[in-house]
Design a protein around this ligand. Structure first.
Ligand SMILES: [Zn+2]
Ligand SMILES: [Zn+2]
Ligand SMILES: [Zn+2]
Ligand SMILES: [Zn+2]
Length: 229
């Protein structure tokens, strides 16, 4: 069986494109990132603290991923808000973090100061929506001590480029999704612009735009899959 091509994304500091795993190694040694950290550390503003490199991915598949840097002196709910904004939020469902998989894991409260729980090697599980679950893995890759490079508690260091699926009619890159095809047929429901216009199904509404989010096609998710800052 042909191995599926891994999604790639660019380092925000230097622009180099790599796979998720390649970026784990790259971000440790990227010269432009080192410079950004050095100039943050030289400034008088911003609290010196533990700052964590997090690798975030959807639990099933792992084609959607983020490399984040998160302050240790902030609460876990800041990460919950970030994940909702960039990937998950549809209708304000409940969410939880735990250590250990799924529902068997030990829950970690949203008010937890991150430095009290995070350490390299730890993986947190995040579940959004206890009905139509989206599960996310948050792996602590690394930690540094210093000042944050931006005023916000989380910095986006890299994100997968959106890999457009092929249209089920013609194979061209798709921008749309038919939810009826997705649920009722075995073909998936990706559609190009042209075939989205002429697609006959409307039991679940007309085709929805695709977003760079693992939540697409679940519950009422309709984007925009943008970071909060
Ligand atoms: Zn770089
Ligand atoms: Zn929902
Ligand atoms: Zn098409
Ligand atoms: Zn359809």
């Amino acid at each position: 069986m042909a191995r599926k091509k891994q999604t790639r994304g660019a380092c925000v500091y230097c622009g180099k494109e790599m796979t998720r795993g390649g970026l784990v190694r790259h971000l440790k040694t990227c010269n432009e990132r080192k410079q950004a950290i050095a100039s943050a550390d030289e400034q008088k503003q911003g609290l010196r603290q533990y700052i964590y490199h997090l690798q975030v991915q959807n639990a099933w598949g792992g084609d959607y991923w983020l490399h984040l840097e998160m302050n240790g002196e902030t609460k876990l709910n800041v990460l919950d808000h970030y994940l909702r904004a960039i990937w998950l939020e549809c209708c304000g469902h409940l969410s939880r973090f735990s250590v250990g998989g799924g529902w068997g894991g030990r829950e970690v409260g949203m008010g937890t100061i991150t430095k009290r729980i995070l350490q390299p090697g730890l993986t947190l599980n995040h579940i959004y929506d206890f009905g139509t679950e989206s599960e996310t893995l948050v792996k602590v890759v690394d930690v540094r001590t210093g000042r944050p490079t931006i005023p916000n508690p989380i910095a986006l260091m890299a994100r997968n480029e959106f890999d457009q699926p092929p249209c089920i009619e013609c194979g061209k890159p798709a921008n749309w999704l038919c939810i009826e095809c997705l649920y009722e047929e075995d073909v998936g429901g990706a559609l190009c612009d042209e075939h989205a216009e002429t697609h006959p199904h409307d039991d679940y509404g007309s085709p929805m735009p695709l977003f760079n989010s693992p939540r697409v096609g679940m519950c009422g998710y309709d984007g925009p899959a943008e970071p909060p800052y």
